[in-house]
Design a protein around this ligand. Structure first.
Ligand SMILES: [Zn+2]
Length: 299
């Protein structure tokens, strides 16, 4: 029997954290990604007991148990200036505390940027940052998932080696995992457009990072070409990546229990696009399951 896959989207928590859970449920999703606070400011916020209770009962009521947090975009664990580094470490610590209170076990984080210090130094600073933060939260079971990146600017994370090295060098590797974003790996230069390319890239990921470390997959098509190092998300099947890759991600038995989250554009003209993209994924996932000769049929 094939378990029902975890499918979801990043939904807004405007008006209360629980609203993202209800919105996921309304879209027939059993997974959701949220920001636990405004992701574009440094301002911290802790949920009150009431807010926590409302959030937890929404999860219970809707059975949307699979909730992932995405850390603030401002955090740079590889920052050069002491002040920015301190701010970033403190924001991550608060994110871990907040997620713990909300019973969220996984936080997606962009590893950081080296700010022209070079990848080696950048990675060393990131590892130091992660260790400093986890040292202060001894015993936490919340996991940090390093997300693959497109490699814009001086971003670390566009090579699978980067993620592998950070995880291996951290003293808290038991608290660490990975999040693979299809748009990011593609624009970073890992092809997934054909069955052969998909196999090659996923085997490489497995050898470098390990599929057992993979806890979340972001399914986004890409507006930009392979190896463009530009991160612009596109609707599923309508960008430079195309349907083959998404069918593979949806049907690969190694990924069956890993939550798959879309971060595709919310609207096109005035039309809400989450239902369209989610439906497309479900279709790609089920069509090939019911067809033995799917790979010949769809090529
Ligand atoms: Zn992503």
């Amino acid at each position: 029997m094939i378990d029902k896959p975890f499918i979801g989207a990043h939904f807004s928590t405007a008006g209360g954290l629980q609203n993202a859970v209800f919105e996921a449920h309304d879209h027939n999703c059993n997974a959701v990604q949220i920001f636990t606070k405004n992701s574009r400011t440094w301002k911290e916020k802790y949920p009150t007991v009431d807010e926590i209770n409302r959030f937890l009962s929404a999860r219970k009521e809707t059975r949307v148990h699979c909730v992932v947090s995405h850390a603030s975009y401002l955090i740079n664990l590889g920052a050069r200036e002491e002040e920015k580094l301190e701010k970033s470490r403190s924001a991550l610590k608060n994110e871990l505390i907040r997620s713990g209170l909300l019973q969220i076990s996984d936080i997606v984080l962009h590893p950081g940027s080296h700010m022209n210090k070079g990848e080696k130094t950048g990675i060393r600073t990131i590892v130091e940052s992660i260790d400093t933060v986890f040292e202060k939260l001894e015993g936490t079971s919340v996991r940090l998932l390093l997300e693959t990146t497109s490699g814009q600017g001086t971003n670390i994370g566009h090579r699978f080696e980067h993620l592998a090295e950070i995880i291996a060098r951290s003293r808290f590797s038991k608290n660490m995992g990975a999040c693979l974003d299809t748009c990011h790996i593609f624009t970073a230069g890992y092809d997934i457009r054909t069955d052969e390319a998909y196999e090659k890239t996923m085997n490489l990921f497995d050898n470098m990072v390990g599929i057992d470390r993979l806890r979340v997959i972001h399914l986004n098509d890409s507006r930009n070409e392979l190896a463009s190092r530009v991160d612009r998300h596109e609707h599923i099947g309508r960008g430079c990546i195309g349907d083959v890759a998404f069918r593979r991600f949806m049907t690969d038995p190694r990924l069956a229990r890993i939550p798959k989250i879309i971060e595709t554009p919310k609207r096109e003209n005035k039309k809400a696009m989450d239902p369209v993209n989610l439906e497309r994924l479900k279709e790609l996932g089920s069509r090939s399951r019911s067809s033995v000769h799917s790979s010949q049929f769809f090529q």
